[in-house]
Design a protein around this ligand. Structure first.
Ligand SMILES: NCc1[nH]cc(CCC(=O)O)c1CC(=O)O
Length: 309
């Protein structure tokens, strides 16, 4: 039997999504043996300085060590949360497969009586470290106290068991993939908090010259998800921004048309620039790039810079 080594971070979520990927691959390739190897990244080891790493333009803190393992042939396929993967891959590597996306929305989990965003009391304490979530939440409810809350899903859920937080905001996808969907109290309305580009989607990365493993990975590729996230990521790339920017993007396919919505917010909540475009899904990359230049024309750069300070 041929063995394919699949590399991932070791968090509960990373392992859950990698086991899901391996189960799907095994359905397509029953004669192949898949082995999971966990790799620790700078993001796992040095969480406190994530924001400063992002400010320095150091984008690959969730993926660098995993990409090195791919290049050195210690692993054959890497599984990443697409949201955490920089918009460009290093020389010699490529994204060879995008499996079907799960729910892209953000969700709220709250204490008793704090289970809906609109009904949180004045000054309620909400945990999130995402500048995107902070920017859009502040624009909607300037009274809320937004408190930093870092760490993996388990750490963040545990924070609700302390007196410090009334509610926390997370990605639905993380809870769904770790079989904690039942903990979700409210799916946030995307008209209030627009999800991150690529949220809820995964990427399988391989060596560019490794035809065999590219074929293995591509068996679970989903074209619709690919068109949607390509538009979202081209929008992000066109803004020159990364996963730590106050930028939301969400694309949908309906009736053969791709609609892309993009937001850029001021971290202090004073302003959110919103724009929408739509067209042929075959033009998904151009739609994203065009929306980005439209937003830059409306002053988006100053808002992105405001998050870097
Ligand atoms: N930045 C960490 C991260 N990367 C991907 C997800 C969620 C799952 C996904 O979007 O696929 C999360 C956690 C979160 O934002 O709550």
């Amino acid at each position: 039997m041929r063995t394919v080594t699949v590399g991932t971070r070791g968090s509960t979520l990373a392992l859950a999504q990698t086991r899901w990927v391996v189960a799907r691959l095994k359905e397509e390739w029953p004669e192949t043996d898949f082995r999971i190897q966990t790799i620790s990244t700078k993001g796992d080891r040095d969480r406190a300085s994530l924001q400063s790493m992002a400010a320095r333009g150091d984008k690959g803190f969730w993926v660098k060590e995993i990409e090195d393992a791919l290049l050195q042939k210690r692993i054959d396929i890497a599984v990443h949360s697409l949201k955490d993967l920089p918009t460009e891959q290093p020389e010699g590597l490529e994204v060879s497969s995008i499996p079907k996306r799960v729910d892209a929305r953000d969700v709220l989990i709250g204490k008793e009586g704090m289970k809906r965003l609109a009904e949180l009391p004045q000054g309620a304490r909400v945990g999130t470290s995402s500048v995107r979530r902070k920017a859009f939440l502040r624009a909607y409810r300037p009274d809320l106290q937004l408190l930093d809350l870092r760490g993996n899903i388990d750490t963040r859920l545990a924070a609700l068991g302390t007196p410090d937080y009334d509610a926390i905001i997370l990605a639905a996808a993380g809870l769904i993939r770790t079989e904690m969907r039942h903990r979700i109290d409210e799916f946030l309305d995307p008209d209030i908090v627009l999800p991150a580009p690529g949220q809820g989607a995964l990427a399988l990365e391989t060596r560019s010259d490794d035809d065999l493993n590219i074929e293995v990975a591509y068996a679970i590729h989903d074209h619709t998800t690919d068109d949607r996230i390509t538009a979202e990521r081209e929008f992000l790339a066109g803004l020159g921004a990364g996963c730590m920017a106050p930028v939301g993007a969400h694309a949908n396919l309906k009736g053969g048309m791709l609609t892309l919505e993009g937001w850029v917010g001021a971290v202090n909540g004073s302003q959110v620039i919103r724009a929408t475009t739509s067209g042929d899904p075959a033009e998904c990359a151009d739609l994203g790039a065009e929306l980005a230049s439209d937003m830059l024309g409306q002053g988006a750069q100053a808002l992105i810079d405001s998050a870097r300070e």
